[in-house]
Design a protein around this ligand. Structure first.
Ligand code: NAD
Length: 467
């Protein structure tokens, strides 16, 4: 069990925060996972809106960076530094409590009893599908951490007597619906069905997880359903699309508030990965045909949607509120084409490490958020330039050996990728089989640096031996 350490920020010289405690709209909000890519900008957004924000995080994401020998493209400050700087620039305190939601149940329960939060935003899960498929250790960790953490939270809220008081806002994923072709618009969470015998019913949309990670979000959804029915918990589940972008207005206020930016093949989301590849002037690696259609949302809208959800809690005892937190959908090959056109980079189709439909359509409703005033940022709105700028600015920090896939969905995906690589000519390329030109890809990634080229070749050989 980790030791919890409450670390209040120290910003004595700053002006008093507005609105004050007298503001009826001010809420005490726990942000679980508030050190992460979505959690940090959301915590700042909520703090700026006048809420009393407490970040809870076990810093496991930073530990996974060490394990993968990778780091955020952007140089993120330590958690203590982050909250200290935020205090200085905003005049608002954010407290940070280090604890493991999945392991430190007693500390979590004590925190809830002491703070009696009005809302808890739950980001604190292992969120990379590829990492969750890496091997038995990562699969088990993802299930234990995500489902165990969510269940601890629900139990702790009930035990603290906060069931009717505290609103839980959970970050789920569009992936719970699956990425087959639905044949129509995916509604927000529920579908109307006729059960055998012609009985009408409203049920959770069937769950079609495409990875162990996605399966944990489906299991979370069942736990929410149970606890809201059994204990009257007030829960909102946000089925979010893939998040792109880096900074928000709040994180851009000081370099030391900069948000994390993952570009590696396990944690890097597809658009951010493409932008780093473009910054390095290496081909954009599209898995398979790139016919996969996915939903997207800009990081600033993640924060805004969470704030909207907090402002619109369900009644105690009401069914779990479900929103689709998405702005737009795109095929992966279209995204690659867009980035390629913008940056003059080439596109390379490589063997797909994932077991998924080669092509799918995705039509998603986001009507509920829109009815609350959500006006999403889209790729056309020019914010892509900000991310292109970030990728260019920090490209010197990129470890090029981390971009190509290293996690495979099953042994046949691994085998196919490996065989495609062997067909590519150099040793054993695995998913490196870039349109049959693995050696060309390696040269492009190494950018003329012989040491990097040797390192990339060694990685390929290693994969060959271990597969
Ligand atoms: N990033 C995306 O594109 C995306 C898309 C859809 C949904 N989501 C969901 O949003 C949430 C946040 O995603 P993210 O991209 O910010 O991930 P992230 O990994 O950057 O952040 C997650 C944070 O939670 C912390 N954490 C994990 N397990 C914990 C535990 N047991 N106790 C305490 N802290 C713990 C980590 O240290 C990390 O700081 C996740 O639940 C994810 O499933 C993200």
């Amino acid at each position: 069990m980790e030791t919890a350490a409450a670390v209040p920020s120290t910003n004595g010289a700053a002006p008093p925060a507005e609105p004050t405690m007298a503001d009826p709209g001010r809420k005490t909000v726990l942000v679980l996972g508030g050190d992460g890519f979505c959690g940090w900008p959301t915590a700042l957004h909520l703090s700026e809106a006048g809420h009393d924000v407490i970040i809870v995080d076990n810093l496991s994401r930073r530990k996974i960076d060490l394990e993968l020998e990778c780091a955020s493209l952007t140089p993120i400050a330590s958690m203590n530094e982050r909250v200290r700087v935020w205090g200085d620039v905003s005049g608002r305190d954010i407290r940070f409590v280090r604890l493991d939601v999945a392991q430190d149940y007693d500390l979590l329960a004590a925190l809830l009893a002491a703070e009696r939060p009005d809302a808890i935003v739950h980001f604190a899960e292992q969120r990379a599908a590829p990492y969750s498929m890496k091997g038995a250790r990562e699969k088990r960790y993802t299930v234990d951490n995500n489902v165990g953490g969510t269940h601890n939270l629900l139990t702790a809220v009930v035990e603290a007597g906060l069931a009717a008081h505290t609103h839980i806002v959970h970050l789920g994923t569009m992936g719970v619906y699956g990425y087959g072709t639905s044949g129509g618009e995916i509604p927000e969470g529920y579908i109307d069905v006729l059960l055998p015998g012609g009985r009408p019913s409203k049920i959770l949309h069937p769950a079609y997880p495409g990875s162990v990670y996605h399966a944990t979000k489906c299991l979370d959804a069942l736990l929410f359903q149970f606890y809201s029915r059994n204990d009257g918990l007030r829960v909102t589940d946000l089925h979010q699309g893939i998040v792109w972008g880096t900074n928000t207005a709040a994180t851009a206020r000081d370099e030391r508030l900069i948000n994390r930016f993952d570009y590696d093949s396990d944690y890097g989301t597809v658009l951010n990965r493409f932008l780093v590849q473009a910054a390095l002037d290496v081909p954009l690696t599209v898995y398979g045909t790139g016919g996969q259609t996915r939903a997207f949302i800009h990081i600033s809208d993640t924060a805004k949607c969470v704030a909207l959800a907090i402002g619109n809690p369900p009644e105690a005892g009401a069914p779990v509120e479900i929103f689709n937190q998405v702005a737009e959908t795109h095929r992966v090959r279209d995204l690659a084409a867009l980035v390629a056109a913008k940056t003059g980079t080439k596109v390379a189709n490589i063997a797909n490490p994932r077991k998924e439909a080669a092509e799918n359509d995705l039509d998603v409703s986001n009507a509920k958020f829109r009815s609350l005033g959500y006006d999403p940022v889209t790729l056309e709105d020019g914010l892509l330039d900000e991310v292109v700028g970030i990728a260019g600015k920090y490209k010197g920090r990129v470890d090029t050996g981390k971009i190509m896939p290293v996690s495979f969905w099953n042994s046949s995906r691994r085998k196919e990728c490996v065989e495609a690589g062997a067909g590519g000519g150099v040793g054993n390329g695995g998913a490196f089989a870039a349109a049959g030109d693995t050696e060309g890809m390696l040269h492009a990634l190494a950018k003329g640096d012989e040491a990097t080229l040797a390192k990339l070749r060694a990685v390929l050989q290693e994969q060959s031996v271990s597969s």
